[in-house]
Design a protein around this ligand. Structure first.
Ligand code: FAD
Length: 369
């Protein structure tokens, strides 16, 4: 018989740690070595150490150039220089947070599959994991999935892509602009990462910016705009559609460095190329643009492959959500997903998921008596 936990949290980025914090607050204890009769939780995380996706962000992403990182619940971020690299500051903060609260995150543990144990919709879920050269399974009454998007970069397909002789990379592979010094670089994508990295690379390389749609620029973005954007993504997932990127609903903001890039002509956007040839890309009007590098800043998708055995997908191609809960599946919550894919959203989603799971588990316990 596999070991058991009332709630398994999958992923320990901002969302997973928020869920763990609220589980502790509601009286759950770490499953390993728990006295009988206590409600238990387990946090499984695929990384080698704390920080979630912040462990992998490029060094030039400074605390002054991120969009604003919300504190984890209960413990504030340390005061740091604005020029400090987010890849240093945030993993260290997450590590201190886990230690101080005794959250007992198990690493490196990657969940490969979550399966129903029988046809009973109220039955336990079997969480199968691998890591550190071992594999195993845990029986859970419910899961809180907080696996983010970083491990699932989205690469669009274009004709001729496999013939390209230069380098192709995705945002997730980016290390530093100097790697492109003196090269001709096609930067693809209309999101925040695309424009930030376009600006950065343009200082050392000749860049060409390609987007499918004309980008929408704004001069500012306030909390009402933010609430509207989140509500639009929430509407989509409520209807079972795939969540859209936040930029598709917010537009791009003119920061001082992007205004300077605009003045240098770096933000002259070209319509998306139609095919790729060995030495470059071909524009819709047939013009060949010779490039050495194609840099795909084309976003990420939710990392949910391990949930496939649960058949959660709706006809619309997404997962129909009821708040943080998968609609009609009270054992499964998705946090950091869709409208909660931000540090503030992940915090709230962790709290909401736990509150709702406690009600679900209380109800199940009453039914069992
Ligand atoms: P993550 O931080 O990605 O954590 C997910 C965790 O789950 C990881 O540790 C991962 O290893 C683990 N995992 C994945 N699959 C499995 C599995 N199968 N089994 C076990 N573990 C697994 N938001 C803001 O609010 N402000 C910003 O300034 C900001 N800047 C951003 C900049 C970039 C470049 C990007 C890409 C995003 C940015 N965001 C920002 C969004 C923000 O980072 C996330 O929405 C937020 O951190 C929530 O993280 P998360 O916990 O959902 O995911």
């Amino acid at each position: 018989m596999p070991p058991t936990a009332d709630v398994v949290v999958i992923g320990a980025g901002q969302a997973g740690l928020s869920a763990a914090y609220h589980l502790r607050r509601r009286g759950f204890v770490p499953a390993v070595g728990a006295p009988s009769g206590e409600r238990t939780y387990l946090v499984l995380d695929a990384e080698d150490g704390p920080g979630g996706a912040w462990r992998h962000r490029w060094r030039s992403l400074r605390m002054s150039t991120v969009n604003g990182i919300h504190d984890l619940p209960g413990i504030e971020q340390p005061d740091v220089e604005p020029e400090a690299a987010s890849v240093d500051v945030l993993p260290a903060y997450f590590g201190d947070y886990e230690r101080e609260l005794g959250l007992a995150v198990a690493r490196p543990v990657r969940v490969r599959r979550v399966e129903p144990t029988d046809d009973d919709p109220g039955g336990d879920l079997l969480v199968r994991w691998e890591g550190g050269g071992r594999s195993g399974a845990v029986l859970a009454k419910a899961i809180v999935n907080a696996t983010g998007t970083w491990s699932k970069p989205f690469w669009p397909a274009y004709p001729g892509q496999e013939t390209f002789r230069g380098r192709q990379l995705h945002t997730a592979d980016y290390v530093r602009a100097e790697d492109f010094a003196g090269r001709r670089v096609a930067v693809v994508g209309g999101g925040i990462s695309a424009v930030q990295l376009l600006e950065e690379v343009s200082h050392v390389a000749q860049t060409f910016w390609f987007t499918r749609r004309e980008p929408v620029w704004r001069d500012s973005f306030d909390s009402q705009d933010g609430a509207r954007a989140v509500a639009m993504v929430a509407d989509r997932v409520r209807e079972g559609l795939p969540p859209s990127s936040v930029v598709s609903v917010t537009g791009l903001i003119h920061t001082p460095s992007l205004l300077a890039a605009e003045a240098r002509g770096v933000l002259d956007r070209r319509p998306m190329f139609t095919r790729i040839v060995p030495d470059g890309v071909v524009a819709p009007d047939g013009e060949l643009v010779p490039v050495d590098v194609i840099f795909w800043n084309t976003g990420f998708r939710a990392a949910l492959d391990h949930l496939r055995p649960l058949h959660l997908r709706a006809a619309g191609g997404g997962i129909r959500m009821d708040g943080t809960q998968v609609d009609g599946e009270p054992r499964v919550h998705l946090i950091g997903y869709g409208p909660s894919a931000s540090t503030v959203g992940a915090n709230r989603a962790g709290r909401d998921a736990v509150n709702r799971l406690v009600r679900h588990l209380d109800g199940a316990a009453l039914t069992a008596v």
